[in-house]
Design a binder for this molecule. Structure first.
Ligand code: ADP
Ligand code: MG
Length: 371
C-alpha cells in the first residue's frame, strides 16, 4: 500500500531537479539577429539553468556566448524568444530591473575610487543616501573577507582582492544570478587558476546562480556544474563536465573539449567514433594485447615526454606524406607503460579500442544548416 502510494507520488511529482531545484534561468527559443537577413548570432536556443548552480557557456570565438549572456543581462535586445528568471519573463525589462548582475573582464573597477566607493557606486547612482550605501557596501566587503581593506584603491589590492571587490560590487544590487563574461581571460595563467578556484568557492558559499562565459574548456571543466558547449549560435551539448567529457555527442564537441581521438570507421558509412586519448590502445601490428579488438593503422609522428605520462602523436598512414604539422591522433601512455614498450617516430602501429571506450559521434550541428 505504502509502496504503491510512494510510487504514485514519485510518478506524479515533477522531475526531481525542478521540484527541489527550480530553474533560475530559462531560455526559450532565444534568438539574436544583428541585421536583417543576417545569419542568427544566437539561433533559437533552449536552456534551463538550475538555481544555485554554476553554468559555463563554452565555445570558440564568435559562437554566440557573449550575445547570449548580454540578452540575459538586458544589455542586448532579443530578436525573438524569451528569457525567464525564476519563472518571471524578463525579456523586455531594463537591465537594472531584472535581478541579474554582470561581472566584467579583469573586474573593471574604477581606479580612483576606494573599494568601498566602488562597491557602493550603483547605490549612489540610485540616489541612496551616503550613510546607508556605505553601510551596505561595508557589509558586503566583510562578507567577501575584504572589510578591513575597504579604504584601499584597486591599485593597492592584489588580483584576488580586486576580484572580491568586483564580486561585492556586483552583489550589492542583490541579484538572483551573476553573469560573468570571460572574467579571468586577462589574467596571467597562474593568477587565473587561483581566481577560478576562488570564484567557485564564492559561488558555493553564496548559493547563487553563476553563468560564466569562457572559451577555455579547461576553465569550464574546473568550474561548471553544467557546461553548455556552443557552436555557430546553437547549443551542441549541455551536461555535467563528466557527461560531456565522457560522452561528447558530436565531432565538434569531441575536438573542442580535447582529450579524444576522432576515428573514422572503415565501414562504408563513414561513421565516426570518439575514444579518449588515455583509453586508446597502441600496439605493434599483430600484438596479442589488441587481438580481437577494433583497430586502425597509424604511424608514430612524435613522442613527447610530459612528466607523469608520455604523449604519442600519430598520423593516418595514408596522410603521412602530406604536410601536416599536427598529429591526427594522440595516445597518452603512463611513463611505465612507455618504458615497457617504447615506440619510435616513424614506427607503424595499430590504434585499438575496446567496445566500451568507443562512442558514436552522430550529432550534426543544426545551426550550420542556416544561411
Ligand atoms: P562569442 O562571445 O562567443 O565570441 P559573440 O556573441 O560576441 O561571440 O558574437 C557572435 C556573433 O555575432 C559573431 O559572429 C559576431 O561577429 C556577431 N556580433 C556580436 N556582436 C555584434 C554586434 N554588436 N553587431 C553585429 N554583429 C555582432
Ligand atoms: Mg565573447
Amino acid at each position: 500500500m505504502l509502496a504503491a502510494a510512494l510510487a504514485r507520488r514519485l510518478r506524479d511529482a515533477p522531475p526531481m531537479d525542478e521540484a527541489a531545484n527550480p530553474s533560475a534561468i530559462e531560455l526559450v527559443a532565444l534568438t539574436k539577429r544583428y541585421g536583417e537577413g543576417a545569419r542568427p548570432a544566437v539561433d533559437s536556443i533552449n536552456l534551463r539553468i538550475a538555481a544555485g548552480s554554476y553554468c559555463c557557456l563554452l565555445g570558440p570565438s564568435g559562437c554566440g556566448k557573449s550575445t547570449t549572456l548580454r540578452m540575459i543581462a538586458g544589455h542586448e535586445t532579443v530578436s525573438s524568444g524569451d528569457v525567464l528568471l525564476e519563472n518571471r519573463n524578463i525579456t523586455d525589462l531594463p537591465a537594472a530591473e531584472r535581478g541579474t548582475a554582470m561581472m566584467f573582464q579583469s573586474f573593471a573597477l574604477f581606479p580612483h575610487l576606494s573599494a568601498l566607493d566602488n562597491v557602493a557606486f550603483s547605490l549612489k547612482m540610485k540616489g541612496v543616501a551616503k550613510a546607508e550605501r556605505h553601510a551596505k557596501a561595508q557589509d558586503l566587503l566583510t562578507r567577501v573577507a575584504m572589510g578591513h581593506l575597504a579604504q584601499r584603491k584597486p591599485a593597492e589590492l592584489s588580483g584576488g582582492q580586486q576580484q572580491r571587490v568586483a564580486l561585492a560590487r556586483a552583489l550589492i544590487t542583490q541579484p538572483r544570478a551573476l553573469l560573468l563574461d570571460e572574467p579571468l581571460s586577462a589574467l596571467d595563467p597562474f593568477l587565473r587558476i587561483q581566481m577560478r578556484a576562488e570564484l567557485r568557492r564564492w559561488q558555493q558559499e553564496l548559493g547563487l546562480t553563476f553563468i560564466h562565459v569562457t572559451h577555455s574548456q579547461e576553465e569550464a571543466m574546473a568550474l561548471a556544474d553544467t557546461m553548455v558547449v556552443m557552436n555557430h549560435g546553437v547549443i551542441e551539448q549541455a551536461g555535467s563536465p563528466h557527461e560531456v567529457f565522457n560522452r561528447p555527442v558530436s565531432e565538434f564537441v569531441a575536438r573542442f573539449i580535447g582529450g579524444h581521438n576522432v576515428i573514422e570507421l572503415p565501414d562504408g558509412k563513414k561513421s565516426k567514433i570518439g575514444v579518449r586519448t588515455d583509453r586508446t590502445l597502441v600496439a605493434r601490428p599483430g600484438a596479442p594485447a589488441i587481438d580481437g579488438l577494433a583497430s586502425i593503422p597509424a604511424v608514430v609522428s612524435d613522442v613527447e615526454y610530459q612528466g607523469t605520462y608520455v604523449l604519442l602523436g600519430l598520423q593516418n598512414p595514408a596522410a603521412s606524406h602530406a604536410v601536416v604539422s599536427t598529429a591526427e591522433y594522440s595516445v597518452m601512455l603512463s611513463e611505465s607503460q612507455f618504458a615497457a614498450a617504447p615506440f619510435a617516430v616513424g614506427e607503424a602501429v595499430q590504434l585499438a579500442w575496446t567496445p566500451e571506450s568507443a562512442h558514436p559521434l552522430t550529432k550534426t550541428t543544426t545551426g550550420a544548416t542556416h544561411v
